[in-house]
Design a protein around this ligand. Structure first.
Ligand code: KIV
Length: 283
């Protein structure tokens, strides 16, 4: 990182000098102290190392790997083995950030015993720090069983992508009063069960702010406005690697698609013209 960038970031207060490993306890403290939490997804070692070194607080090994890594339309097809592979790779690249791994569709909905068995397997094999599960009161028995095994859980409410076939649309959730009320009581139920944080996806900003004010655990938003205690984005979207996905909430911090296409095109040209490798690039 350039010296100037480091100085600017230190002044803005978001370059982390505290290099201690982030814990779930620390995230709850951050909320109490009014400090915002920055979270991004990663699915591989190299990206996770860069993301961690840049000062992110939480890395989510999201089941969005199903979309961005494997090219599926939904998160449903990704398997437990595949999530374990991604999480293991991420953990190897991370020194400071808290690493949270998504439990994939089908791995925790059948019953509590299966849920805790799969949760323990993820923790044992990946060495990640916590798990994320989608859903409200209906998953509380599984959440409790996993928490009883000593595994921290982050909830996920609102537009929960594993339920996309039930919703039938990716539009904003909880605009109607009944759904908003259910979301509020689900959030309380997850907090009371012992979750350390909740992700709220694509819901009205006013509702997300209300939930963040009512709960003591951090609320991490994606498309849920500025009243949340932190924000999460899918890394390939915020870096501008993906095309054709432009929801209102997505801010692109780079245009890696163009940078990569130009670089690869340049390489192809050099190889075809015989200018790569040159004399200094050979033995
Ligand atoms: O899988 C994922 O990337 C997620 C985020 C969208 C929160 O769950």
């Amino acid at each position: 990182m350039q010296k100037d960038t480091i100085r600017r970031r230190k002044m803005a207060g978001y370059l982390v000098e505290d290099q201690r490993k982030v814990t779930t306890h620390r995230l709850v403290q951050m909320k109490a102290e009014g400090k915002k939490i920055a979270m991004l997804t990663s699915y591989d070692y190299t990206t996770a190392s860069i993301t961690d070194a840049a000062g992110i607080d939480v890395i989510l090994v999201g089941d969005s790997a199903s979309n961005v890594m494997a090219g599926n339309w939904t998160t449903l097809p990704i398997t437990l083995d595949q999530m374990i592979y991604h999480a293991k790779s991420v953990v190897r690249g991370v020194k400071r950030a808290l690493v949270v791994c998504d439990m994939p569709f089908g791995s925790y909905q059948v019953n509590e015993t299966e849920a805790v068995t799969n949760a323990i397997r993820i923790m044992k094999e990946t060495h990640c720090d916590a798990l994320k599960l989608e859903g409200g009161v209906e998953i509380i028995p599984a959440v409790k069983k996993i928490l009883d095994a000593g595994i921290p859980i982050c909830g996920h409410l609102g537009l929960t992508p594993q339920a996309i076939n039930k919703f039938g649309t990716y539009t904003v959730r909880a605009k109607e009063e009944a759904e908003a009320q259910k979301l509020i009581s689900d959030a309380h139920a997850l907090e009371e069960a012992g979750c350390f944080a909740i992700v709220l996806e694509k819901i009205p900003a006013k509702l997300a702010r209300q939930v963040a004010q009512e709960l003591t655990i951090p609320i991490i938003g994606i498309g849920a406005g500025n009243g949340c205690d932190g924000q999460v984005l899918v890394i390939s979207d915020m870096l501008g690697m993906t095309r054709g996905f432009s929801p209102k909430f997505l801010r692109r911090y780079a245009d890696l698609n163009t940078i990569m296409t130009d670089a690869i095109g340049h390489y192809v040209e050099d190889v075809k013209e015989g200018t790569f490798p040159n004399e200094k690039e050979q033995y």
